[in-house]
Write a protein that binds this ligand. Structure first.
Ligand code: PLP
Length: 410
């Protein structure tokens, strides 16, 4: 074999995109199939949800705005627009104390790649939540760092800062810089959302450990789906301006989720830091890595997002549509949770968002068995992940009993 020794071990396990394709094919043959696999927003009739304002903005792009090359970092307009989207009305306050930079990436996945490439050394331990989007683990293999997990929930189903504190105590004996990944709001796969106090505790963690350099990698792929008022979430991000000098925050933004632009592969990595030199180093190194890894991003994806954020009329229309999407997800979740309660199916603490999790001992085995019941979902190491975003209300109502019955047979 000519392939190198590291590449020989590269094989996607539990490939969500492939499983979603299989489920879509099964559903075409039998409408009773429940496709709860992928994190793609669907209408009640099973068609892909497309924001009409995104379509409108897309149709307004000139040939240059669609087809031309852009520089590796993305246009200044895009970078500013994304910063505006993430911090909204808190931006001026943040800028008084911190430097902000953004870089265009192919999706949130590209942003994660940049963060791991430039903020983690080979062999470093990186902390992930124990319930996670498991593509993070593939990144660890690809970029040769060690993934370690913290408990997401404490005994009262709150964010388990105590476990993070303990883990940091142990890790700092081996390395000086620690990256901690937080996926908030609407955590994938649980739908958990953190609260103000959790962000205060993160700041305290950094203050209490001045001998450690912290990189908080905040994956905000689901920023728009937590609450109909996104400012509540933005206010939490803004709190991180109070982090001490021994910490920086990187934010992972995904155009796939915010604007349903999955196929356009557009996102961004942002940095918030008190140190001007750090911000400059971020911009330089990210630009370099972008050029090497993918050269530049989708021009159309970048320009359509710029318009959607900066044009007030589009922005208003988007806010209205996203409210509708949040209420659609909420209705599905309520129906699911009620049906789960009726049959006594345990779920992990869900607040909002695309997914709900059922904790089980042998998720992959149960996932495969459920296909016999015409149910397609995703298994993680700890759970069955149910994509509320891609099923309708009547499926959400039927599903808990099917899962419960299957679990009782095992
Ligand atoms: N982060 C989380 C938590 C996700 O669920 C996903 C996609 O499912 C991503 C990042 C990356 O998404 P994309 O690369 O499509 O923007």
């Amino acid at each position: 074999m000519f392939i190198n020794s590291d590449a020989k071990d590269k094989s996607l396990k539990n490939n969500i995109l492939a499983l979603a394709k299989e489920a879509t094919e099964a559903k075409k043959l039998d409408d009773l199939v429940i496709n709860a696999t992928s994190g793609t927003l669907k209408n009640e009739d099973g068609s892909l949800y497309v924001f009409s304002v995104v379509e409108k903005a897309m149709n307004s792009l000139s040939p240059n705005e669609k087809y031309a090359y852009v520089n590796s970092a993305g246009t200044p307009e895009y970078r500013n627009a994304v910063i505006q989207k993430v911090f909204g009305k808190y931006l001026d306050d943040i800028k008084k104390e911190c430097y902000l930079e953004a870089i265009a990436t192919p999706g949130g996945t590209g942003a994660l790649n940049l963060a791991f490439t430039n903020y983690v050394d080979r062999g470093d331990v990186v902390l992930f939540p124990n319930h996670m989007w498991e593509n993070y683990l593939n990144c660890a293999q690809e970029m040769e760092f060690i993934p370690q997990t913290y408990q997401l929930f404490d005994e009262e189903d709150r964010f388990d800062i105590k476990d993070i504190i303990e883990q940091v105590k142990a890790i700092k004996t081996r390395q000086k810089r620690i990256m901690i990944l937080i996926n908030d709001p609407c955590e994938n796969p649980t739908g958990f959302c953190m609260v103000d106090e959790d962000y205060d505790n993160i700041i305290k963690l950094a203050k209490d450990n001045p001998d450690v350099d912290f990189v908080f990698l905040v994956d905000i792929a689901y920023i728009d789906f937590c609450n109909t008022n996104t400012d509540i979430v933005r206010n939490r991000f803004a709190k991180l301006k109070d982090l001490p000098d021994n910490a920086v925050t990187l934010f992972v933004f995904s155009g796939s989720k915010s604007f349903s632009l999955y196929g356009y592969r557009i996102g961004a990595l942002l940095i918030m830091t008190k140190d001007e030199k750090e911000a400059k180093a971020f911009a330089e190194a990210s630009n370099f890595s972008c050029r090497v890894k993918w050269s530049s991003v989708s021009t159309a994806g970048m320009n359509v997002i710029t318009k959607l954020i900066l044009n007030e009329e589009y922005n208003r229309e988007y806010e209205k549509e996203v409210k509708y999407v949040v209420s659609m997800l909420e209705e599905r979740s309520l129906v699911f949770l009620e049906a789960a309660k009726e049959v006594g199916l345990k779920v992990l603490p869900y607040k909002r968002g695309f997914f709900i999790c059922v904790p089980v001992n042998n998720p992959e085995e149960i996932r495969k068995k459920l296909i016999e019941n015409k149910v397609h979902l995703i298994s993680t190491k700890s759970c069955l992940r149910i994509a509320l975003c891609s099923m309708n209300k009547s499926e959400a109502k039927r599903l808990p009993k099917i899962i419960k019955d299957r679990l009782s047979k095992l």
